[in-house]
Design a binder for this molecule. Structure first.
Ligand code: GLN
Length: 552
């Protein structure tokens, strides 16, 4: 069967959740037995989002093959469980870069190189590349930005041409818009949707399906009105109502028969009983937790929660596995430097120190690691969070007061975290870190081994600096041991303190691999440890209360 293509565009405003709609559609099609992949086209000129400040664009997601990508790819993987690659995220910058490289090579044989056809052809090539080997039944392509933006025009034009090339039945356009609710008059308004569809039509695209984001249920009248004015069949107008968890979106869209309409329009047979039982169980567990644990996420980009998207979601998955809600408290590492550590961290059941770059707030992260170690609070250090735990241990247990990472203090006398030889000559920032999946051997009997239940794993990386093996003996003698090692390079991937209830630092990013189907074992184990810690400290507190009670 030739691959079918679905394009997801957005109108009215940004942040309506095109990524979640695309991921949900992917999951629904899988439930009908189809092989899908999801791609994101981003209209900015950065070649990839790797060099973007998280405040600008949220987290940078990393794929198995080491691509630094838009965070929506994280949603695609979490919902579908399918690995994405560099080909799944294409920016305007990447398109231009390849067209300009071709021009320099002389591939255009004297022709004037133009947006149409050269840029649009390159966009079309990138879209078709994914479906090229017929590996997928359906390729879903999400077009970033909002219809009407100057910068997304070439993408919209490429979609128009592809729609014409492929013909009906092989391709369709889903357009996501907003139906705002005016509380003053108590009305839902369809005009922005009409205008947004008009903008699409001006670019030659008639959407096949409209998904309307709304905070109130749409009446039949509203659906009829939108269908009539936007030239879309009534059954192809559906709502996507605000929900408490994004994982409910596929189920609600299924209620709207989104899957059936898409399949009908693509001439693909539906399954009578689409496979969504596990998904429903998962949503059920999120919505009905038995308990709550309070976990602190210590970082420096905490004002924008999207900066830690994958960590956030990994906690949702791990919470569901443990039948508890993870109440994630975002704590600014600079506040720890300035404030009262006890007050900020004292009531937490677990502490995660987040990934990051540069010196801002680093001492706060080191203090958080110290607080967790000394107070026996479960600790999970991710990438920079692992490096901070190592620095803290060097300073306060090994007595190397000036220990640091050479990322922060280049000439530290104790470079416990240091740059590897092959990173030393690199000056370009984009795409030059240790990126993507690397193997890791786990030490039997360790906390990591208990969590994974195996000795060979593979995890994704995004960093330049590493644990300096010259110090390993001293660390292990003093009680912090390496329990995960890269078998090819001998680099330390996991550090643990066996005398602590749960203290694990990982040089890689486990959060990128956590999905609904396979919550990450380390997050699951960390949440479990936090639950146990909460129960234990709760018991201790009530015992204390008991002994101080005055007998009557
Ligand atoms: N800045 C550190 C490094 O480059 C950690 C990076 C991270 O946390 N992703 O090694």
């Amino acid at each position: 069967m030739a691959t079918k293509y679905i394009f997801v565009t957005g109108g009215v405003t940004s942040s309506l959740g095109k990524g979640i709609i695309s991921a949900s559609l992917g999951r629904l099609l899988q439930a009908h037995g189809y092989n899908v992949t999801i791609q994101k086209l981003d209209p900015y000129i950065n070649v990839d989002p790797g060099t973007l400040n998280p405040y600008e664009h949220g987290e940078c997601y990393v794929t198995e093959d080491g691509a630094e990508t838009d965070l929506d790819l994280g949603h695609y993987e979490r919902f579908t469980g399918i690995h994405t690659t560099q080909a799944n995220n294409v920016t305007t910058g990447r398109i231009y870069q390849s067209v300009i490289n071709k021009e320099r090579r002389g591939d255009f044989l004297g022709k004037t190189v133009q947006i149409i056809p050269h840029i649009t052809d390159e966009i079309k090539r990138r879209i078709k590349l994914l479906g090229g080997n017929n590996k997928y039944d359906v390729v879903i392509t999400e077009i970033g930005g909002t219809v009407g933006d100057i910068e997304s025009l070439p993408f919209i034009e490429a979609v128009r041409q592809l729609k014409w090339d492929l013909g009906p039945g092989n391709c369709l356009v889903v357009h996501l818009t907003l139906v705002p609710y005016l509380s003053a008059t108590g009305e839902l308004k369809t005009k922005p949707t009409q205008h947004s569809v008009k903008a699409l039509l001006e670019n030659g695209i008639q959407p096949d399906i409209l998904v309307l984001r709304t905070e109130k249920n749409l009446t039949t009248d509203i659906r009829k009105k939108v269908a009539l004015f936007c030239n879309v069949e009534m059954e192809a107008v559906m709502q996507s109502i605000d929900v408490s968890t994004i994982y409910e979106v596929p189920l609600l869209l299924q209620k709207e028969k989104f899957d059936l309409i898409v399949l009908k329009k693509l001439n693909l047979p539906p399954k009578e009983n689409p496979q969504l039982k596990e998904w429903k169980d998962f949503v059920n567990r999120i919505k009905n937790p038995n308990s709550v644990v309070k976990i602190g996420l210590v970082g420096k980009y905490v004002e924008l929660h999207d900066s830690y998207k994958s960590i956030n979601e990994a906690f949702v998955h791990a919470g569901a596995m443990n039948r508890c809600k993870v109440d994630l408290q975002f704590i600014h590492s600079e506040d720890i430097e300035k404030g009262d550590v006890n007050e900020l961290l004292g009531s937490l059941n677990g502490i995660l120190v987040a990934p990051g770059f540069g010196d801002r707030g680093i001492e706060g992260k080191i203090l958080a690691a110290q607080y967790a170690r000394e107070n026996h609070i479960p600790y999970f250090g991710v990438c920079l969070g692992m490096q901070c735990a190592v620095i803290e241990f060097a300073r306060n247990v090994l007595g190397l007061k000036e220990a640091h990472s050479t990322e922060i203090v280049r000439n530290t006398p104790y470079p416990v975290i240091d740059l590897m030889e092959d990173q030393k000559g690199i000056t370009n920032k984009g795409g030059t870190m240790r990126l993507g999946a690397y193997p890791c051997n786990i030490k039997k009997g360790s906390l990591a081994w208990e969590a994974y239940g195996k000795v060979k794993v593979s995890e994704r990386h995004r960093h330049r600096f590493e644990f300096n093996n010259q110090f390993l003996k001293a660390f292990e003698k003093a009680g912090m041991i390496a329990t995960g090692i890269n078998p090819d390079t001998n680099l330390v991937e996991i550090m643990e303190i066996p005398s602590h209830p749960w203290f694990v630092g990982v040089q890689f990013h486990p959060e990128y691999r956590s999905t609904v189907k396979e919550p990450h074992p380390l997050f699951v184990a960390f949440v479990k440890a936090a639950l146990e810690y909460k129960e234990k400290t709760g018991r201790e507190k009530s015992m204390k209360k008991d002994t101080t009670r005055v007998p009557s």
